[in-house]
Write a protein that binds this ligand. Structure first.
Ligand SMILES: Cc1cc2nc3c(=O)[nH]c(=O)nc-3n(C[C@H](O)[C@H](O)[C@H](O)COP(=O)(O)OP(=O)(O)OC[C@H]3O[C@@H](n4cnc5c(N)ncnc54)[C@H](O)[C@@H]3O)c2cc1C
Length: 508
């Protein structure tokens, strides 16, 4: 398995193993944890600036959401400029507006410097309103954009066969192949003297006066600075209460009429659908995404694919669905990402999270911000994206709501658990969290009868996991940790697996 789910994403074939079992030292200037776009970009940037770096990855490069993204490169975001102005003020909203083109510029420079073949293309994006409510939303988006000097123009036509009320075009956006890109960055990192260690889970850290000691599954590693580029930092942190895990679904289709839209598209439904094309193995495919929901809050995740496919088939002349996959992202409660010093750290540990659906951009800009903070001690973005910021107004309601949901999930799942008296009470292909002989188990019975039994309490914050039928995983609804049917960690923040139980012992 090269990705944190059972389904194959469109990018996955390009994943390559880098693992270096031997030859790593135990002392570095910087240890970067996490081999997605954030970690690989940051490791390369720091290595280029003269730091001796090691990149530590629990599984393989591209295993996390970067292997399950759709890789639109936008300079407008899920948090609109209107919302940014209202919650953070015009100056900070203008700073946010700079991030997009700066990050795309970093990507273009890397592509040029390292001669990377990653299908990078500049595109126009179209945002379109499908009803009157969305028209009003669109107008707000355009107004906010204009206040920060960002160009969005109303247009009469869009290159998508979807009836719309109003639409705008946004020039100078882009798309690329994310795995080809980070794979090349990882190679450049190694060529510059960097070290990559895969299958290395970082469990915790001890921050001392002059260094940080990282405890990992491959032993202790000491570094002057540590960067958690893990999408959400491991362990328990305030960032787990200010970020909520969500899942999004993507599918790639061939079209009978070959009428592939050339540009990027987004409607304004909540949750919105997003579109782009990609050529894979000589075949053009339309990638559509959407159907987002809070992790662990969808009874039947397989249904999300059916809904997405039905929606796409309504408008496009679909021939075959070649790929379908889902992945996880984090919603920050106040709408801005958290990039900088990890709250609670004495200043040597950094983190980058809360990217919403814009992590190609925020992950890339994190490499600039964090390397500036480590090498120069400051960044123009350090205050606005400060992970320790407290915004009493912005996001306060959603902060309270998200944490109320976590508390509710915690209690509800513990109270209402089905009791079974024998493992034969569960049918083949079924997965359930059950009470059995006084203990709680997450139980999955394969077709053919093989039973996978693990303790159902997530080791991170003791919530109960829920079944994700689409990716065959146990997902924690509280903070987004995910495990395979044998309890192995797929996604943090947990650094401990679900405890595995031998079904034979339980039956005896
Ligand atoms: C379906 C979907 C579509 C999206 N589409 C877009 C898009 O079009 N444009 C866009 O800009 N953004 C998009 N996003 C968001 C974007 O993909 C993510 O924000 C981005 O990939 C996050 O990258 P990352 O490097 O921070 O994290 P990841 O790619 O998740 O990488 C984190 C890595 O850290 C490793 N790790 C975790 N814990 C540990 C540990 N304790 N020790 C060692 N290693 C660890 C993991 O194994 C993983 O490989 C999308 C998200 C989803 C879910």
């Amino acid at each position: 398995m090269y990705r944190d789910g059972a389904r194959k994403s469109i990018w996955q074939e390009e994943i390559k193993r880098f693992s270096s079992e031997t030859g790593f030292h135990h002392q570095y200037d910087a240890a970067i944890v996490g081999g997605g776009i954030t970690g690989v970009s940051t490791a390369l940037k720091l290595q280029q600036s003269g730091k001796k770096c090691i990149l530590l990855e629990a599984a393989n490069i591209g295993f996390g959401t970067t292997g399950g993204t759709t890789a639109h490169l936008n300079d407008f975001f899920d948090t609109t400029f209107k919302e940014a102005i209202s919650d953070f003020g015009e100056d900070n909203a203008k700073l946010l507006a700079e991030v997009g083109q700066e990050a795309i510029g970093i990507i273009e420079t890397n592509i040029r410097n390292y001669n990377i073949d990653c299908n990078f293309e500049r595109k126009t994006a179209y945002l379109f309103a499908l009803d009157e409510k969305q028209e009003k939303q669109l107008q707000d988006i355009v107004d906010g954009a204009s206040e920060v000097g960002h160009e969005m123009r109303y247009v009469d036509e869009i290159p998508f066969p979807i009836p719309f009320k109003k639409a705008v075009s946004i020039p100078d956006q882009a798309q690329f192949h994310p795995i080809r890109y980070i794979k090349a960055l990882a190679e450049a990192f190694i060529n510059a003297g960097g070290m990559i260690l895969e299958d290395c889970l970082c469990e915790n850290y001890d921050e001392q006066e002059d260094e940080v000691i990282l405890k990992t599954s491959k032993g202790e590693i000491r570094a002057s600075n540590v960067v958690y580029a893990t999408h959400i930092p491991p362990g328990l942190s305030i960032l787990h209460t200010t970020n909520a895990p969500y899942r999004s679904y993507a599918m790639a289709f061939s079209l009978k009429d070959e009428n592939y839209p050339k540009d990027l598209g987004y409607d304004l439904i909540d949750p919105y659908h997003y579109y782009r094309v990609q050529e894979i193995n000589g075949e053009m495919l339309l990638i559509a995404g959407g159907e987002d929901h809070k992790t662990g809050h969808e009874e039947d995740t397989g249904e999300c694919f059916s809904r997405l496919e039905n929606y796409v088939r309504k408008y496009f002349d679909v021939e075959t669905a070649y790929y379908s996959w889902s992945s996880q992202y984090y919603e920050p409660t106040d709408g801005f990402p958290y990039i900088g010093k990890l709250p609670g750290s004495k200043g040597k540990v950094y983190a980058a999270t809360g990217f919403r659906g814009n992590g190609m951009i925020f992950g890339t800009i994190s490499s600039q911000i964090i390397s500036d903070l480590i090498t120069d001690g400051s960044s123009k973005y350090e205050n606005v994206f400060n992970p320790s910021r407290i915004k009493p107004i912005a996001g306060f309601t959603s902060f309270v709501e998200e944490n109320a949901v976590v508390a509710y999930d915690f209690i509800k799942d513990k109270l209402f658990k089905e009791k079974i008296t024998s493992l034969s009470d569960v049918t083949e292909g079924e997965a359930k969290v059950v009470k059995y002989e006084g203990d709680s188990y997450a139980l999955y019975k394969e077709t053919g009868g093989k039973v996978h039994l693990v303790k159902s309490t997530c080791p991170h914050a003791k919530c109960e996991v829920r079944w994700n039928s689409a990716e065959l995983s146990w997902d924690c609804p509280c903070h987004g940790s995910r495990f395979n049917v044998n309890g192995k960690i797929l996604t943090g923040p947990s650094v401990t697996a679900l405890q595995r139980v031998d079904p034979e012992d339980s039956e005896s």
